[in-house]
Write a protein that binds this ligand. Structure first.
Ligand code: CP3
Length: 348
């Protein structure tokens, strides 16, 4: 008889187990640091063409799992497919990152939420293709951006040093800004539910720009809307597993853990793992938090960083990851060394 597939280690940890070694995957693990990604990317045309080409997107999703035996695949797409699907003009310019035609808060009726699902259907097809091709003992992670982070790009039209245009818009026109956030809450929750329906095992919400908000604004534009996404998602899909990554919020990761009751919270590298362990209830797994530059540096800087995280998290539900996305300048050999050390670390 064929033995039943084993439950992916990532899901065991999200469901409350502490494992040694911990499961490992890396934020932005499919990307330009991989030669095989650059090869497919060159064939795809534009970056968005790659996101909407299910066959090629499935291929690049699987590349890091094949090369490093990561414990999870993360859907290849981008958080900015939501504004694109809503009808905003989105482009990715080589060497400059995303460029959007900024939305005006008094012209939100130009956005077309009813048409988003059709535009996003190839992404859901990518999820189905990957789930079929991925080992059953590996987890598949879907994702979206948190409304705040996505709104910062929609308003600024791209990346600025501290996304001041969106912060100003939120302070000057809070009612109109709230309408944009509400629209994103609904579109994002529906999109995450569709990813789970298509075969994702868990979804991660990226709030990469949460850390630039003051305490009041963080509550209003990050915590509350992200909580509403989780609520709406779980109303549609009871028991849905969710990872929340709010970058730069320091000790307030505890608020995300207690209020949203996600399966895990991501922690960036500026938080001491032992401190995170202290303030986040044990029922919520921790994910992180190696400085991505330790991975670029390699050698002793990498080894020491890995060992410190493993030691601080021992006995607690933990998913090994970086504290933010992997950079394009990262040597592949350093990623191999990281994975080997995490897996051997359990025996040291
Ligand atoms: O993790 C994965 O491997 C899955 C794919 C993924 C991408 N973007 C692919 C991508 C994920 C999960 C994202 C999330 C994302 N996108 C975030 C949240 C996480 C974070 O890094 O803070 C944000 C803020 C974005 C928006 C975005 N997309 C920016 C600012 C950029 C330009 C910067 C850069 O790295 O080039 C992108 C482009 C992008 N998204 C690339 C990839 C692989 C590189 C573009 C290319 O290959 O031409």
């Amino acid at each position: 008889m064929v033995p039943p597939p084993r439950k992916p280690t990532l899901l065991r940890v999200l469901d409350g187990e502490a494992l040694s070694p911990p499961p490992i995957w890396l934020m932005r693990q499919a990307g330009r640091y991989l030669p095989e990604y650059r090869e497919v990317r060159a064939r795809a045309g534009s970056f968005l063409d790659l996101c909407y080409n299910s066959e090629l997107a499935a291929e690049v999703t699987l590349q890091p799992v094949r090369r490093f035996a990561m414990d999870a695949a993360i859907l290849f797409s981008d958080i900015l497919v939501i504004p694109d699907a809503l009808g905003q003009k989105v482009d990715f310019v080589e060497g400059r990152g995303p460029v959007l035609e900024p939305v005006a808060l008094d012209r939100l009726d130009a956005l077309r939420p009813a048409e988003a699902a059709a535009r996003l259907s190839p992404v859901l097809e990518t999820v189905r293709l990957v789930r079929r091709r991925l080992d059953p003992d590996k987890a598949l992670i879907g994702f979206c951006g948190a409304p705040w982070t996505v709104a910062t790009y929609m308003i600024a039209g791209g990346t600025t040093p501290d996304q001041a245009p969106a912060r100003l818009a939120a302070l000057r026109q809070p009612e109109a800004f709230a309408r944009l956030i509400d629209l994103l809450v609904e579109a994002s929750a529906d999109y995450l539910a569709a990813q789970l329906q298509a075969g994702a095992d868990v979804v991660q919400i990226f709030d990469s720009w949460a850390g630039i908000l003051d305490a009041d604004e963080l509550e209003r534009w990050s915590l509350a809307p992200t909580a509403r996404i989780v609520e709406r998602l779980r109303a549609k899909r009871p028991g849905a597993r969710v990872i929340v990554f709010a970058r730069g919020v320091g000790g307030r990761i505890r608020d995300y853990a207690e209020r949203l009751k996600p399966s895990a919270v991501g922690i960036d590298w500026t938080i001491a793992p032992a401190a995170a362990r202290e303030i986040v209830p044990d029922a919520v797994a921790l994910q992180g938090n190696l400085d991505p530059l330790r991975l670029v540096a390699g050698g002793a800087a990498l080894d020491r960083g890995v060992d410190a995280i493993l030691a601080a998290m021992r006995g607690r539900p933990h998913i090994f990851n970086l504290g933010h996305g992997i950079g394009p300048e990262t040597p592949v050999a350093h990623v191999e060394r990281l994975v080997a050390r995490v897996r051997a670390g359990a025996r040291r």
